[in-house]
Structures are given as structure tokens and as C-alpha cells.
Design a protein around this ligand. Sequence first.
Ligand SMILES: Cc1ncc(COP(=O)(O)O)c(C=O)c1O
Length: 441
Amino acid sequence: MTTPTLDDATRLDAEDPLARFRHEFVIPAHPLSASDPGPGSNGSNGGERTARQIYFVGNSLGLMSHRARRRVEAELDRWGRLGVAGHFTGETAWMPYHELLTDSMAAVVGCRPEEVVVMNSLTVNLHLLLISFYTPTSTRYKILIEDHAFPSDHFAVESQIRQRGFDPDTSLITVKPRPGAHILHPDDITDVIERHGDELALVMLPGVQYYTGQVLPMADITRAGHAVGARVGFDLAHAAGNVPLELHDWGVDFAAWCTYKYLNSGPGGPSGCFVHNRHVADAGLPKLTGWWGTNKQTRFHMENVFDAIPTVESWQLSNPSVLSMSALYGAMEVFDEAGGIGRLRFKSEQQIRFLDRLLDEVIGDRIENLTPREPEGRGCQSSLRVTNPDQDGQAAFDRLEASGVACDWRYPDVIRVAPVPLYNSFTDIYRFVEILDGILE
Ligand SMILES: Cc1ncc(COP(=O)(O)O)c(C=O)c1O
């Protein structure tokens, strides 16, 4: 097999049925400081005169789409024209605005419409779900998370344990990679679940691990957790919009995710929240409640009797930020028009193979890729570590950034790059490897 060339990348782009969606997005200029059009600009890509970044950081913040901007502007306009009447008027009335997102979001995570709602932000939703699904008793009180979980998840779980009067030292258990390994071994997860068996109240793990990009076997974990009588939930921050999910069929109890990564809702965009339909109408579950979770028909009767909406919407507390939701609505129009997660994943796997081949043949053992190799074990992110002890990984990252590659550095020593199929090209991947090759020379 010969090493892929720039011509190969160009040909793959020309054959790519999703290539046109790149033009739906505003790709930041490079170098940022010199070409940033600044406030008041229309944010367009400005033709091809300005060099664009190789934007490989959609695993952190997805790009702005023109559609998102238009949807936000439309709601600002309606606010100006209608004032409070905007709540009840027109196709995008604000009262039921979140319902515009339900079908798209259900397709992203593989569930039924009554099982998904967009609300709040990720950590807030994790707390709301922990209130409902972490119901410790004197004998069953432990929560399993991963060692070095994303700090927000760790803090949320730790604080919930304390709130219920338990001690994280005895109630919080973790699973970690084997010595010398970077990724979790699936058997170790099921072993620890079985070992803690009757004492295990809850398993809360990521769908895709943020540091290594590993996809965890969510169906197997759910089965193993349920087999010992525990509940199972996932943080899907790095999974939603990245890999196909089947939350309903896997029987997952609950999940939450942010939409500002692969779903392009913009900084601090709203979170998605899933509760399996066997739980959504369970009045016995503890729940923090607010007026947005009560019966929509009688909400404005202003009675102080909570009448739960018989869907996951009953977990809603407040009337949501419509401006933030509208950016997500615009972004999801693009995502859905591209064919949704199925078609995007098909291209993503092509891009992963293309990147892997180039890394193997051009970069070789100058970097180690911590991300699992097989497609079912990973999403679009690759977590790269510079192997030469005389070469500073962070300096290499800085040089990548200075060369126009937007990627990120995760302490202690990983450069994360995520070619996103909705807007990254094969040429982006080729150019990235070319730049990396030059930096590591
Ligand atoms: C895996 C994971 N969990 C939780 C969070 C926290 O998200 P938020 O600040 O939206 O609550 C993030 C943010 O990037 C994340 O990547």
C-alpha cells in the first residue's frame, strides 16, 4: 500500500457526498489575530482569500453554522416585534420551543421522543438525574465511576454522595486502566460491577472517554449493572453526535450530554437529557421539580399541585433560554440534512482510516495514538502523545496551533485532534499530518 497523497485527499473530498456541508459553517481564520473579522462582521468565510484553520477541536466546541446564526437572529427579531407574545405566537413559539428539538435529539441518541428533552446544561442535568437514580440504602450505596473521570462528573457524584449522608471514601469506587495501558479493559468494568454486586447502587460512566477517545461498551455495561441490581447512566458529552447510540434498546436508565461539541450549539449550549421510558412516569422516583415540569395544559392555572408531564419533560425546572436553544435548532437542521449520525459516522470511519494510514506511514513511532484502533472502539477523536522524550509535547502542540491547526492539549501529555465529518475535509487531515511531520522532524 502506498502512502496517501494530497491528490488522494482531494479525490476523496471530490467524491464525498457530505462535502458541501462544510460551507454551512464558519471556519475561523488563520492566524486568528490577523484575520479575525471582529465584532459586527457577518462572520462569513470571506471567500478563499483568507486562510482557514484546520479546525480539529469540534470535540471541545463545534463550529458556528450559518443556520444557527439565522435561527438566533430570527428569535431576536421575534422578540423585538412581538415582545411577550412570542411565547405563544408562530411556528417557533417559545413556550414549546424545546419540542422542536425532540425528534432530532432522539435520533442522535437512539431513543423515543418521550425519553429525551433538551434543558439546562450537562452538569446540572447530571445532578438532577443523580437525585432521581442514586437512591442509596444502608446496604446498597456505592457509585462506580472511572478513575480520573472528567472533574465535573467526579465532583457531581462526590457531592451527591455527601448530600445523602454517605462518605465518598467508602461509597465512591473507580475502575482504571491496567498498568501500562491507557484505555479501560471492558472485563475490568464488568469485574468491578460484579465484585461490588449487592452494594452497588449506580454505575455512571462516559460513553466516549474524553482523554483517550475510547468508546465504552455501553450495552454490556448496562447489562452487567442491571444484573447486580444497580442503575446505569452515561455522560455522553463526547459521544452524542460522534458515534451511533441506542439508549432505548440498550436499556440505559439515564444519560445526559452537552450539545456544544459535536452538535454545534455554541458555547454553553443546552444539554440533552435521557430517561428510559420505563422510568419517565414513575411517580415514586425522587425528583427536583419546577413549573416547567408540570402539566402543560394547566401550568398557567398557577395551582401549587405538581402534575408531572408523563415524559422526561417532567424533569424540566425553568423556562429555557430560547436564544441558546435556537442556535441548537439551526445546528440540528444542518446535522439532520446531512443524514444524521448514520451517514456522518460512515464518513467519520473513512476519515479515521485515512488519518490512521497517514499517521502510520508518515509519522510512524514519533507519536503514540492512545485511542483504540478498531472503529467500534472509538469516535472521531485521536489522542496523540509525542514519544521522543527529548521533544516537548506541549511545545509541539503550541507549534500546531501556530501553524493553523486548532486542536487541544489535555494535561498531562495528550494532543487531541478530532476531524469532524460534518465540516472537516480529507484535505484537512492530509495537511494536518504534513504539518505534524514538519514539527516532529
Ligand atoms: C465528559 C464531560 N463531562 C462534563 C462536562 C461538563 O460540561 P458542562 O460544563 O456543560 O456542565 C464536560 C465538558 O466539556 C465533559 O467533557
